[in-house]
Design a protein around this ligand. Structure first.
Ligand SMILES: Cc1cc2nc3c(=O)[nH]c(=O)nc-3n(C[C@H](O)[C@H](O)[C@H](O)COP(=O)(O)OP(=O)(O)OC[C@H]3O[C@@H](n4cnc5c(N)ncnc54)[C@H](O)[C@@H]3O)c2cc1C
Length: 377
């Protein structure tokens, strides 16, 4: 039976779900976004592993302009002094149609908005009140419009405001005592790296990830640094004291415009207490960025909801929460573990970690278990 769905939030999760509903079903839906426009900020890179590319190809991601994406095949591990430790071949998870892909977030959002922008997206919408009427949910927005729907899909990010309307239990995101700094580089500058690969430079209390985001090989650089408090005015000082102290030669790459933000994660995975309400993407669970799976999991969770909807199982007893939380736990364990081992400050621990890394990246069994399980190979 035809249903009416409200998707709250036009990020990667909400827009992916909207595309699937539009392409494969007759259900009525609307995406409600709080902001007045989509955030198409240039630069911010995204890595998409094969688990998410396989899904996106079903909504024609394989037709995207190839100049705007890149397919790195290898992750090179370096210490923060830019000395190579080892490398990991990512291409073994690829197939001719489904390849590990890097791109700007704006490229992905542009692609996802194309088919839904005019008819299925409303801006400046923030929920003011919700109530249940028989089998339906009435949502009132603070611009005094409303919508009576069958399902609410909350895709409004890690600080999901939708939760506060439907859930008694809070799940406040926690500050990880770390910040992220992002810079776009036009070239690899004086860095001794291969600009076709993903370069991961690990140091004491901080690490740097660089990867090309298009065929021009513009590089996205993200630097994660541990710190007790997020103080935007003191980020330059923090970079000096943590990263540049370990390798002054990196000074050049921090001269471009830096964007910073604090890192948060969801402390718990909590089920929805309302059969009409589902959480996807970061609203379901926010991960640390150290496995580069946040967007991938947003895409996976959208696809799971779409399949339930398509098979008319969304309002029946379904296993969405069990399946999603099992998957989220796998990703969370690995993201947390990576965060832990990327930041050792003791030289002895760093040396032991590097020995293990060298050994493990060449072990097929380990790579298949550690990453294959995430990339679903
Ligand atoms: C440093 C860093 C690097 C990362 N790198 C990667 C990577 O390489 N690969 C990867 O897969 N992931 C990465 N991620 C994670 C990834 O960006 C996120 O997990 C993903 O974007 C989450 O998508 P989402 O749609 O769930 O939420 P969001 O992108 O947060 O979108 C939520 C949307 O909802 C809107 N909204 C919020 N509140 C309301 C409201 N009350 N009403 C209506 N709308 C609302 C927001 O404006 C926004 O448009 C990274 C994250 C960080 C911090």
């Amino acid at each position: 039976m035809k249903k009416k769905i409200a998707i709250i939030g036009a990020g990667i999760a909400g827009l992916t779900l909207a595309n699937f509903i539009k392409k494969y079903t007759d259900h009525e839906f609307m995406v409600y976004e709080r902001e007045e426009s989509l955030s198409l900020e240039e630069g911010y890179g995204i890595q998409l592993a094969t688990n998410s590319i396989k899904i996106l190809n079903q909504i024609s991601f394989d037709k995207i302009d190839k100049e705007k994406i890149f397919h790195p095949k290898i992750v090179d591990f370096y210490n923060i002094q830019n000395e190579k430790i080892c490398d990991l071949n990512l291409s073994k998870f690829n197939s001719p149609e489904v390849k590990y892909t890097t791109l700007q977030r704006s490229t992905l959002i542009e692609f996802l908005k194309e088919d839904i922008y005019t008819q299925h997206l409303r801006f400046g919408k923030k929920i003011k009140e919700v109530s249940e009427l028989k089998d339906k949910v009435l949502i009132k927005f603070d611009d005094n419009t409303n919508d009576l729907i069958d399902f609410v899909i909350a895709a409004d990010g890690i600080f999901s405001n939708t939760r506060s309307f439907f859930e008694a239990k809070k799940n406040e995101p926690r500050f990880k005592k770390a910040i992220a700094a992002r810079i776009i580089l036009n070239s690899k500058s004086e860095l001794d790296i291969n600009d076709e690969n993903i370069s991961l430079m690990i140091g004491s209390n901080g690490h740097i990830v660089l990867y090309p985001v298009n065929k021009k090989k513009e590089l996205n650089m993200v630097c994660i640094i541990r710190c007790k408090k997020y103080e935007p005015d003191k980020v330059k000082q923090l970079i000096e004291e943590t990263v540049l102290k370990q390798n002054p030669k990196l000074k050049n790459i921090f001269e471009n415009e830096i964007k910073t933000w604090p890192l948060y994660f969801s402390p718990r995975i909590i089920p929805s207490s309302n059969k009409k309400v589902f959480y996807i993407g970061d609203a379901f669970n926010g991960f640390l960025p150290t496995l580069a799976q946040g967007a991938g999991q947003s895409i996976e969770s959208s696809y799971e909801i779409f399949n339930l909807l398509k098979n008319d199982k969304l309002d029946k007893e379904n296993d969405y929460f069990e399946i999603r939380s099992k998957r989220a736990k796998i990703i969370r364990r690995r993201s947390n573990f990576n965060f832990f081992i990327f930041h050792f400050s003791s030289k002895i621990m760093q040396n032991i970690r590097n020995l293990f890394l060298k050994f493990l990246v060449k072990r097929k069994f380990f790579v298949k278990r550690y990453l294959g399980k995430v990339f679903k190979n």
